[in-house]
Design a protein around this ligand. Structure first.
Ligand code: CMP
Length: 140
């Protein structure tokens, strides 16, 4: 059975562009409840740890540099079928391929600076949510 929580980050490009409000409004309008939220900045080391699954990918170093280049907003979201529904709301990783009306189509700048992150499984949602929110029971 699919879970009812997912994890997201509003990335440095979207924070810098002043789109925190626009993006959180879209998230709430789509029926997600924001149950944890944190404005913070990742060190390069922390970004590397968060994206360790991509450590062997050619874009990994650039990704860590970019994700530590400015503040981000981390959130835990609640809704039925949260992971899949949120990935539909944000659209494809590359904004050039993202469907009309999705968050990335509207606000992403490039495949790297793609406005938001969304967990790709219930298991990763839990791991990623716990990375930012130490009160684990908040997410359980
Ligand atoms: P995200 O959903 O946060 O997961 C991994 C991130 O790596 C992705 O969004 C992009 O920011 C980045 N990414 C994925 N593929 C590429 C790529 N081909 N080139 C550069 N960055 C990428």
């Amino acid at each position: 059975m699919s879970g009812n929580k997912t994890f997201t980050m509003i990335k440095p490009d979207a924070v810098e562009a002043g789109n925190i409000g626009n993006i959180t409004a879209m998230i709430e309008k789509a029926g997600f409840k924001i149950i944890a939220m944190k404005y913070t900045k990742l060190s390069k080391e922390a970004a590397g740890k968060f994206y360790t699954v991509h450590a062997q990918r050619p874009f990994y170093q650039d990704l860590c540099q970019y994700m530590s280049s400015g503040p981000i907003v981390a959130m835990i979201l609640e809704k039925g079928n949260a992971v899949a529904d949120f990935r539909t709301l944000i659209g494809a990783t590359n904004p050039a391929d993202a469907a009309e009306g999705t968050i990335r189509k509207l606000y992403a700048k490039s495949i790297e600076a793609n406005a938001v992150h969304g967990s790709d499984s219930d298991e990763n949602a839990q791991i990623e949510g716990s990375f930012f929110f130490s009160a684990f029971e908040q997410f359980a």
